[in-house]
Unconditional design. Structure first.
Length: 79
């Protein structure tokens, strides 16, 4: 099976938007009261964390990014 590249920044962004949805679902269900202006800081903080996560993930060495972190042996073909 082909391996897919991981994108942890997208994962963090999705989880932060999901957290906003859970907060407003709880508000709609009557579990708690969330003011209307709570969404903007939550989304902005989530996007900031996603950007930091993506930047940190992008700092890894180029050789590890191409080979998936495995050192190449002499017999493998180059991409």
């Amino acid at each position: 099976m082909l391996r897919h590249e991981s994108h942890p920044g997208k994962l963090v962004a999705g989880l932060s938007i999901l957290a906003v949805a859970v907060v407003y679902a709880g508000d709609a269900g009557g579990a708690w009261d969330a003011p209307w202006f709570v969404a903007l800081p939550m989304v902005m903080a989530g996007l900031l964390l996603a950007g930091v996560t993506a930047a940190i993930h992008g700092i890894r060495p180029r050789g590890a990014a191409r080979t998936g972190g495995r050192p190449r042996s002499g017999g493998e073909p180059r991409d």
